[in-house]
Design a protein around this ligand. Structure first.
Ligand SMILES: [Zn+2]
Length: 461
């Protein structure tokens, strides 16, 4: 047991202290959670779902039961979408038990939901850990919008006895013993990856570690070194990443989403975890110079999300601001870290520009519209966002203003951003218009002017 609280010490109605024991195996997770304090005499229990993968969940919750710590049954019945009502007819702590069947990942968005494959299980906390509420309002909202509940602290212990010997559980959460974690809030904020991962320090001072799966084969020998150089290059620019220590979790693509051609990477940030995936077809060169350049830009992009995840979203989780900026910093920090030379940077930017034209560059109007337009414009959002970011940076540099555009913009955003409410697009445009020519902002950010090659000032081929 996780030694966090003696059962029954918290008065009923106080925030819950949640003590989870999870037993993974065969693509499923059996969970038993002891609830101290918290809602009663009725507890409304709901499960969440990734807001970015609605409709593509690969997990199912079933066999939900409740009991007292001594084993007496408590009434529990399903009351809606992944939601239950429990009659907590005890003043003491009680136990909820359930099974989460975790399927193979869907081809899209698999990395935004829990998934299971032969060589690892990924628990993107949002969808497998029960949430507890004292009123039914929370469970009447769809799983994608459900709050986390009122949680004082939580612990999770994984019983891995049914798993292969070399499997461990890795997480950015505070590990108090092997496979056992203590959290200061609901585990839905955390990620847990199970598999034959091994930890590596990237930079202790920056609070950055890696957990690498042995199946990751793209530029494998370079992962820790590249991540270290990129993180240090970005820290020189923006300061150390804010917040708690972070973990980069490197996982090979499950076979169901391995690319049929070439090399592919994907990543996302979930709180302090960077979930990184890569895969290649059988004939792809895994250590080719171009592949290593791509890897460096990819890692630089993802590391930058430790600064700007979507906390600075304009109005949407995915915005041109966070993604275009991350693309820009990915490429420029790879150059600073000497993982990409000037001609490589120019070449890869020309390729990005060609993709922008191919995708119908000015489609979707303003960058904000593109941010809100949904999945078909998403690739365009990244590339167009980066090109605009580059043009704004060039304009800033040409005006002779001190420092880099990125760090000056960062400081100005930080003075307006309250750390909680996303900035409105108008606020971002106003900040930008005070830094560079307002007409550039009107044309390229608020408008949909087609970007031209001369504006990007690429070097000679
Ligand atoms: Zn990104």
């Amino acid at each position: 047991m996780v030694p966090i609280v003696a059962c029954g010490l918290l008065p009923p109605g106080s925030p819950s202290v949640l003590d989870y024991v999870a037993t993974p195996g065969n693509g499923e997770l059996r969970v038993s959670v002891t609830v101290a304090g918290g809602p009663r005499p009725i507890a409304w229990v709901g499960f969440g779902a990734s807001p970015l993968a609605a409709g593509l969940q690969s997990r199912r919750i079933d066999q939900v039961t409740a009991r007292t710590v001594a084993g007496g049954a408590l009434g529990v019945r399903a009351v809606g979408d992944d939601a239950y009502r429990v009659d907590v007819t005890t003043d003491d702590a009680w136990v909820l038990e359930y099974r989460a069947v975790i399927g193979a990942p869907p081809a899209d968005f698999y990395h935004r939901a829990s998934s299971s494959s032969d060589d690892h299980m990924m628990l993107v906390g949002v969808d497998v850990w029960a949430r507890f509420f004292d009123a039914p309002a929370a469970i009447s909202t769809p799983p994608t919008d459900r709050p986390l509940g009122n949680v004082a602290e939580a612990g999770i212990r994984f019983d891995v006895s049914g798993l292969p010997d070399d499997w461990i559980v890795v997480s950015a959460a505070h590990e108090v013993a092997l496979n056992q974690f203590e959290l200061s809030d609901h585990p839905a904020r955390s990620v847990f990856a199970l598999g034959p991962y091994r930890y590596h320090d990237i930079d202790r001072g920056l609070g950055l570690r890696a957990a690498i799966h042995p199946g990751w084969n793209v530029g494998r020998r370079h992962l820790v070194g590249y991540a270290r150089q990129l993180a240090r290059a970005q820290a020189r620019h923006f300061g150390p990443p804010p917040g708690d220590p972070a973990l980069m979790i490197f996982t090979p693509f499950p076979s169901s989403v391995t690319p049929r051609q070439g090399v592919r990477t994907a990543g996302m940030v979930w709180d302090r975890s960077l979930l990184l995936f890569a895969g290649a077809d059988r004939s792809a060169p895994l250590n080719d110079r171009r592949v290593l350049e791509m890897l460096a830009i990819f890692l630089g992009h993802e590391i930058f999300h430790l600064y700007v995840p979507w906390g600075l979203a304009v109005t949407q989780p995915l915005s041109w601001l966070s993604e275009g900026w991350a693309e820009h910093v990915g490429r420029t920090s790879a150059q600073t870290a000497r993982l990409l030379n000037a001609s490589g940077a120019d070449r890869s930017l020309r390729e990005a520009y060609a993709r922008y034209l191919e995708m119908g560059g000015a489609r979707a109007g303003s960058l904000q519209n593109a941010s809100e337009a949904g999945e078909d414009l998403r690739p365009l959002l990244y590339v167009r966002g980066e090109l605009v970011f580059r043009i704004l940076s060039l304009e800033w540099a040409a005006s002779g203003k001190p420092g880099s555009f990125g760090s000056a913009f960062w400081l100005r955003l930080m003075t307006e951003y309250d750390g909680d409410t996303p900035l409105e697009p108008e606020a971002v445009s106003r900040i930008l218009s005070a830094m560079v020519s307002p007409s550039t902002v009107r044309r390229l950010v608020d408008g949909a002017a087609v970007i031209t090659l001369p504006e990007l000032k690429l070097g000679r081929r």
